[in-house]
Structures are given as structure tokens and as C-alpha cells.
Ligand binder design. Structure first.
Ligand code: FES
Length: 112
């Protein structure tokens, strides 16, 4: 079970699903007056940080929530979305840098 801000819970959910936690075993507690719509496509996505670790690509990660910036990684090619760019500059984002813990892969990507 997780609770907190929606982006945080989304990251925790995707992390847990990436680890193989079954959907019926994961619960979220919302702190909002209006429920946020969350697409239930997480089983189709992979978090870049999880993919890197699964493929033994060296990466540092401290917070897993898009806050510390330690997992900054550059994607040269591929489709992805991000849920946090908190520690990145506009120039870094324009040049393909992402926070691997907050990057949802939408297909194969090529890293620098
Ligand atoms: S591990 Fe902290 S921002 Fe990704």
C-alpha cells in the first residue's frame, strides 16, 4: 500500500509492477478532493531504471521518486514519457536527459 501525492504513488505503483507485484496486491490511498484519473496501462510500461537494472546497466538511484537526480540518464532515441523532471534543466530535457526512475518506456530506447 502506498499513499501520498499522485505522482509519487504513480511511481511507486509502476516500480512495484516492474518488480512483478500483482495488480490485486497493490493498493493506493488518495489524498485529494477529486480523484485523479490514472490510466491503467502500467502493466504495459517499463520504468527505465528498472529496465537498466534488469539489463545490468550501471545506474545510481537514491530516491526512486524523481527527486534526488542521481539517476539522470540520456536517451538518444526512442519513445518515452516522464513523470518527473524535477532536477533537470530545460536544456537537459531538450537534449534527451531523463530521470530514469521517472521515465516510462513506450518502446525500445537507445541510451548514451
Ligand atoms: S533515483 Fe532519485 S531522481 Fe531518480
Amino acid at each position: 500500500m502506498t499513499c501520498g501525492l499522485a505522482p509519487y504513488m504513480k511511481n511507486v505503483r509502476e516500480f512495484c509492477y516492474g518488480l512483478g507485484v500483482a495488480e490485486n496486491r497493490f493498493f493506493m490511498e488518495w489524498f485529494s478532493t477529486e480523484p485523479e484519473r490514472v490510466e491503467d496501462k502500467s502493466h504495459l510500461t517499463m520504468i527505465l531504471l528498472t529496465a537498466m537494472e534488469n539489463n545490468h546497466i550501471p545506474v545510481m538511484a537514491a530516491c526512486w521518486t524523481g527527486v534526488c537526480g542521481s539517476c539522470k540518464t540520456r536517451i538518444i532515441r526512442g519513445k518515452y514519457t516522464t513523470s518527473s523532471t524535477m532536477t533537470l534543466t530545460a536544456n537537459e530535457i531538450a537534449n534527451g536527459y531523463v530521470l530514469a526512475c521517472s521515465c516510462q518506456l513506450r518502446g525500445d530506447v537507445v541510451l548514451e
